[in-house]
Design a protein around this ligand. Structure first.
Ligand code: M6P
Ligand code: ZN
Length: 184
């Protein structure tokens, strides 16, 4: 190759990312204990069931100011009782930090909650782009019957605050009512 011209160490095909230092994280139902409303339905399910997998490129160490990460999440279809499979959800530890999510495949809902516990949701479909503002917690539910694939990009110094959601949850839940998703 010509001097000074190199190939990027990363790839992005639309629904996969790859390359140097690719990280993979897996969450089973066991990792989602306490987030679903129907505890009896949760207890009756196989805790080894895969809920989602996150693949990410994190070029700089966590906490680096000015850096950016990119990830793709593969969220399985399914429900615990009437509640769709969903990500744990988080605020950012650095409360001013923002994030983009975008829909790649399948159908879902991005559930958002501000610090006053006001909850709303944006429909996630292939091509939908979602800007998550500062101080807004975010979680994604799969409302379809195929794997929901969505991509995300967030600052390397955003951090994940899971504790607040673990303690207080979201103020509304996305349930299937008469065959349709409803925030209740
Ligand atoms: C997106 C990004 C990641 C996040 C992942 C799963 O890919 O926001 O930072 O880890 O979704 O969401 P959660 O961490 O809430 O389980
Ligand atoms: Zn985030």
């Amino acid at each position: 190759m010509e001097k000074g011209i190199v190939t990027s160490p990363y790839t992005f095909t639309g629904d996969t990312i790859g390359g140097e230092g690719l990280k993979t994280g897996v969450r089973t139902l066991a990792d989602l204990q306490g987030i679903f409303a129907d505890e009896a339905a949760y207890q009756a399910m196989d805790k080894d069931t895969l809920a989602y997998r996150v693949e990410s490129i994190e070029p700089d160490p966590q906490g680096t100011p000015g850096g950016l990460y990119m990830g793709i999440t593969y969220l399985a279809p399914g429900k615990v009782g009437k509640e769709y499979f969903m990500t744990k959800g988080h605020f950012h530890l650095n409360p001013e930090s923002t994030e983009f999510y975008w829909g790649v495949k399948g159908e879902g809902m991005l559930i958002l909650m501000d610090e006053d516990r006001h909850v709303w949701a944006e429909k996630m479909v292939p091509g939908s782009l979602h800007y998550i503002r500062p101080r807004v917690a975010h979680r994604v539910a799969n409302t379809g019957d195929e794997t929901l694939v969505f991509a995300a990009s967030w600052p390397s110094d955003a951090g994940h605050d899971y504790g607040t959601i673990a303690r207080e949850g979201f103020a509304k839940r996305l349930l299937e009512i008469n065959g349709k998703p409803e925030l209740v």
